[in-house]
Design a protein around this ligand. Structure first.
Ligand code: KG4
Ligand code: ZN
Length: 349
């Protein structure tokens, strides 16, 4: 839940982390997610209003994620927002989650201001647990999909690998932490489709390659990996060794492909602005490498601070207010859509 000004000012933001409820199942359980939404939404809304010293009287409208996503969670959010909008006589708008990620780097708060000279058209790399897509962003509401994953998303690959080596769920950030002290050249993982003429990604082969590598270790080594993972989960202190080297080698394979393809498209499309966004944009190596390469090309890279990289309500509010200010509004009774490619959004939907 967040309260946002028309220029992306984040006045108040709260989230209820429910990762722990899913972790023991090793992934998101849709039924748990939607139930949690029913318990957590209203108290969060109250908290965010209280923090900003706002009430419904001070806001101009309500925005809610209506697509794409898990149907139960979308439905709970939508019904809550619609009900509050009707009760308070406010306009309401359903927002595409991915469009939120694209505009997250343009949010602003006390500690973060986006650059004023960022120019469109831009190339956006949106990488999260559910999506790995390259978009051409011509302007607000005008998006073209250039490449997308054919199977697993980058975040999904990180999470599945993390689970295999005993780092729990979601494990992307933990793999990142261990990679910083690991040797990325120790294991050779495939860079799928890197040389392929298409702009698509594929990350599912990487997961199998990592599982094969792990199965080939001697029992003592496998034991050492599990013990290192367990210790890291307890202490949060990364230590050098097999586990760190595996993580670094795995991460390097993902980062090489993401950076390689982004740069190739950037050159071909003649663009010099890049947006890096989504949960995986929080990855330190991806951010550093993409920054270094784009700067060397004379291009500008913009990426949200960590708190706006991963899923958050501020990015949804910012897209919502921009659409409301353009005269758009959703009809009451708007339905959630589990799938909703961004290139079909346009203005006025
Ligand atoms: O955007 P997001 O919060 O949710 C989705 O819309 O999916 O992205 C979550 C994903 C998870 O797969 C998580 O493991 C990954 O982002 N992630 C990371 C890092 N931080 C989060 N992956 C790699 N390195 C990180 N530092
Ligand atoms: Zn997301």
């Amino acid at each position: 839940m967040a309260i946002i000004g028309s220029h992306g000012e984040v006045r108040s933001i709260f989230s209820a982390a429910a990762d722990a409820d899913h972790a023991r199942f090793g992934g998101i359980v849709p039924e748990i997610a939607s139930r949690n939404h029913t318990f957590l939404l209203l108290p969060l809304i109250e908290k965010a209003f209280a923090l900003a010293g706002f009430s419904f009287e001070n806001i101009d409208g309500l925005a809610v994620t209506s697509r794409p996503g898990l149907i139960g969670s979308l439905l709970t959010g939508l019904v809550t927002a619609q009900t509050l909008a009707i009760a308070n006589r406010k306009p309401f708008i359903g927002v595409n989650h991915l469009e939120g990620h694209l505009w997250a780097p343009f949010l602003r708060d006390e500690n973060y201001q986006p650059p004023v000279d960022f120019e469109f058209p831009a190339l956006a790399l949106a990488v999260s647990g559910g999506h790995s897509t390259l978009y051409r962003v011509n302007e607000f509401g005008d998006y073209k999909i250039i490449g997308r994953t054919r199977d697993d998303a980058a975040g999904e690959a990180f999470d599945k690998f993390a689970k295999t080596v005993g780092l729990g769920f979601p494990g992307g950030a933990k793999v990142d932490q261990l990679s910083r002290i690991g040797d990325a050249t120790r294991f050779e993982f495939p860079r799928a489709l890197l040389k392929d003429p298409s702009d698509d990604f594929s990350f599912s082969g990487l997961k199998s390659a990592a599982a094969r590598e792990l199965a080939a270790f001697l029992p003592d080594d496998r034991q050492a990996i599990s013990a290192a993972a367990e210790e890291f989960l307890k202490t949060n202190v990364p230590k050098p060794g097999l586990l760190a080297d595996l993580c670094a080698s795995f991460q390097a394979a993902i980062v090489d492909v993401l950076v390689g393809k982004t740069i190739r498209v950037l050159e071909r499309e003649g663009l010099d602005s890049v947006i890096l966004t989504g949960g995986v944009a929080a990855n330190s190596s991806l951010g550093e490498k993409l920054k270094k390469t784009t700067v060397a090309m004379g291009a500008t890279l913009i990426s949200p601070p960590l708190r706006y990289c991963t899923d958050n309500a501020a990015m949804i509010g910012y897209v919502g207010i921009q659409r409301l200010n353009r005269g758009e509004q959703s009809a009451f009774g708007l339905r959630p859509e589990p799938r909703a490619p961004l290139d079909q959004e346009g203005i006025g939907k």
